[in-house]
Design a binder for this molecule. Structure first.
Ligand code: PAF
Length: 322
């Protein structure tokens, strides 16, 4: 009788409904953006590894606020997960700012090697003491300038241009040196500010320009690729520290799968985005190597400052990655 009772208890325990732990994931762009692609790939991968242990609630399009607020939510444990740009993350781990140095990363292949290699992994580790757990580097692509004032062909075309930048001191300094009037602003305010003419332009990769339909509020697109824009997939320490080893391994695999999805999205939009924006009425120009050289020259002053700030050794190490 005792055995029958114990067996019944065991069956009841096995059959008891197990409740999935909810993960609120907030990100700045729409579900059909590279952020959405990464978030959905993460969710699918985790489900494949862990079944129904976790459920996801997506808050796209800044549904939980700007990137800074969402990251603060992760630190407090009120939000479990996000994908956020290096521009915002610079305010949490200042060393990340080196990636925002214009023209430092040569192309996507170089950027991916730096981020997947020793330098990128060393930087991810710096998030733990900042109260965040960084899983992997995602991607946005190279940033370009959009404006309503005219095409940009030379640094002089930026004179006095009210250009929205991320809240990233490195970018602010660079645009100031180029003669523009950089206006740092959180992303959720940008479309409204462009609509109202409070700013003339902004800068973002094609992944953002296309998915956020910036053609509806901007007339000119200059393909200058002044800086590579990365993102990081992060979880709250409250979530991370509660996971067992198998779950941690599944989260790390899911982050890798999310990176693959984000990079595929960026490759696709880099190939098709210019035509899409031209069809949508934007006037597009691409800087020639000689035109780009004039921008590099104009940035010589800030470059010395960046070397002093981040260390010449680190900048040389980044450039030496093949
Ligand atoms: O420009 C920015 O703030 C970022 O690139 C964005 C659009 C929020 C994506 O992280």
């Amino acid at each position: 009788m005792k055995h029958v009772f114990a067996a019944a208890l065991l069956c009841a325990a096995v059959a008891a409904p197990s409740f999935a732990q909810e993960i609120k994931i907030g990100y700045a762009l729409a579900e059909d953006s590279h952020y959405g692609a990464g978030a959905k790939a993460f969710e699918a991968s985790l489900k494949e590894s862990l079944g129904d242990q976790f459920s996801f609630r997506h808050f796209p399009s800044s549904g939980l606020g700007g990137e800074r607020e969402v990251l603060e939510g992760l630190q407090l444990g009120t939000v479990e997960m996000t994908i956020a740009s290096d521009g915002t993350l610079t305010n949490f781990v200042p060393e990340v700012g080196v990636l925002g140095v214009p023209f430092l990363l040569r192309d996507k292949d170089h950027a991916r090697k730096v981020l997947d290699g020793e330098i990128g992994q060393e930087m991810l580790a710096k998030f733990e003491p900042a109260g965040l757990h960084a899983l992997a580097w995602g991607e946005q692509g190279f940033r370009h300038i959009t404006s309503n004032r005219g095409a940009v062909e030379a640094p002089s075309d930026l004179n006095g241009l009210k250009i929205r930048t991320m809240e990233n001191p490195v970018h602010i300094e660079a645009f100031r040196a180029l003669g523009a009037a950089p206006t740092p602003m959180a992303w959720p305010e940008v479309i409204g500010a462009l609509e109202q003419g409070a700013i003339d332009g902004q800068e973002n990769p094609l992944s953002v320009i296309v998915s956020a339909k910036l053609n509806e509020v901007q007339k000119y697109l200059t393909l200058d690729g002044h800086v590579y824009s990365s993102t990081i997939i992060l979880v709250s320490p409250a979530l991370w520290n509660g996971l067992d080893d198998a779950q941690k391994a599944a989260f790390e695999k899911a982050a890798k799968d999310a990176v693959v999805a984000m990079r595929a999205y960026v490759d696709e939009v880099d190939a098709s985005g210019v035509a899409a924006m031209k069809d949508a009425g934007m006037q597009v120009n691409e800087l020639s190597p000689e035109q780009k050289a004039a921008f590099r020259e104009a940035l010589a002053g800030p470059y010395q400052q960046y070397e002093a700030q981040f260390g010449k050794e680190l900048m040389d190490r980044i450039q030496a990655v093949e």
